[in-house]
Ligand binder design. Structure first.
Ligand code: FE2
Length: 374
């Protein structure tokens, strides 16, 4: 089997309309420091806070924002909590992918009717700014999707949060929205989760890659890309394939102790400026060898950017039938070698950088080699 594109289905049959990603919530061991990291290194702005000062006893959350991207960083305030157990098992990682919908009760009942496992029955959260209706279902690993309905809410984030407006502010780096979010699942489980997104959320498979597309001397993985009806939500799902040594997906599954979010791709309109800024703030990226750029022009043809500007920054380029894209991957951003970010700029291309997989995985393997986990 080779890479294949599946035709778009009629959107009028979409039983699960989703407007976009509402927020991503990370369970982390030190939310205060994590929030500072995302502000100082990634250019997010302070938005909202909930914790002891808002009446919570067991946890604290900081919300940061950059254009359409909202991150919630949550830590427990005492031992024995569900959040604490999650962190003990997985380290820092994504717990919630919140999906913005017009009707959270309807989304929940449609998903449940189609076989979802409940995480949160529809609930109404209210404060003086209005109300938000939320509901939630489980997906792979311990990750959950929360449906958020906020058309009757005027507050800063969610009821229960107060504005967080500290003196320290940083300039944004041009990150605009979540382009896609990738999950790593256990060997043999990719198709189960593909079916889950098809059956339960009405997603369709738009691309698939197998180990012939994605393999190096050591790594092999398979991936299928799921998209919702309007294409605003894209969830590639990876599973490891048998390789000579431990693949990057195996390493993730071992250190995360199960399935989870591998990377979050965030879009920018100017990847060169964004990456220059991120590097100056200490964000570390995977580096491909200089030879990658020697063959670039031949592979992708004419592009607007100067290759000699891309080369020292390590920005990768790929082309598909519709255009091209520029992308770069950070090193993992927490203690465990698990989650990382992708920065992506699309110039027509709707794919995911297949032409870069080999160079990229070899770069990842050099990192694994250093960790002794290859
Ligand atoms: Fe990606």
């Amino acid at each position: 089997m080779e890479t294949s594109t599946i035709p778009v289905k009629d959107q009028s049959t979409d039983f699960m309309p989703i407007n976009g990603t509402d927020y991503l919530e990370f369970y982390v061991s030190n939310a205060k420091q994590a929030a500072h990291f995302y502000k100082s290194a990634f250019g997010f702005q302070s938005l909202a806070y909930a914790g002891l000062e808002t009446g919570l006893k067991d946890r604290e959350s900081y919300v940061v924002v950059q254009d359409k991207i909202r991150l919630v960083l949550t830590s427990p305030l005492r031992s024995g909590t569900e959040i604490g157990k999650h962190i003990d098992k997985h380290g820092d990682g994504v717990k919630v992918t919140a999906l913005w919908v017009d009707d959270a009760a309807y989304a929940y009942s449609e998903a449940m009717k189609r076989g979802a496992k409940s995480y949160l029955e529809p609930e109404v959260l209210e404060d003086h700014e209005g109300k938000v209706i939320r509901s939630g279902i489980h997906t792979y690993g311990e990750v959950v999707h929360i449906f958020t309905e906020r058309k009757e809410y005027n507050g800063i984030f969610l009821p229960g949060y107060r504005p967080w407006n500290p003196e320290y502010k940083t300039d944004p780096v041009g990150l605009k929205y979540v382009d896609h979010m990738v999950g790593n699942v256990e060997l043999g489980m990719m198709n189960e989760w593909v079916k889950f997104y098809e059956d339960v959320l009405g997603f369709r498979q738009i691309l698939s890659f197998d180990d012939k597309d994605i393999s190096t001397q050591y790594t092999a993985l398979m991936s299928k890309v799921m998209s919702n009806g309007n294409g605003r939500i894209k969830f590639p799902i990876n599973e490891p394939a048998a390789g000579i040594k431990k693949s990057q997906v195996d390493e993730y599954l071992e250190f995360y102790e199960g399935a989870g979010v591998q990377h979050i791709a965030v879009a920018t309109d100017s990847i060169i400026n964004t990456v220059i800024e991120l590097k100056s703030r200490g964000v570390e990226f995977l580096q491909v060898p200089g030879t990658y750029y020697d063959a670039l022009n031949e592979r992708v043809g004419e592009i607007d950017e100067d290759i000699e500007v891309l080369r020292p920054l390590g920005i990768l380029v790929d082309r598909d039938e519709e255009g091209y894209l520029l992308q770069i991957f950070t090193k993992t951003v927490q203690a465990r070698p698990t989650m990382f970010f992708e920065i992506i700029q699309r110039k027509g291309a709707t794919s995911f950088g297949k032409g870069n997989f080999k160079a990229l995985f070899e770069a990842l393997e050099r990192e694994q080699e250093r960790r002794g986990t290859l």
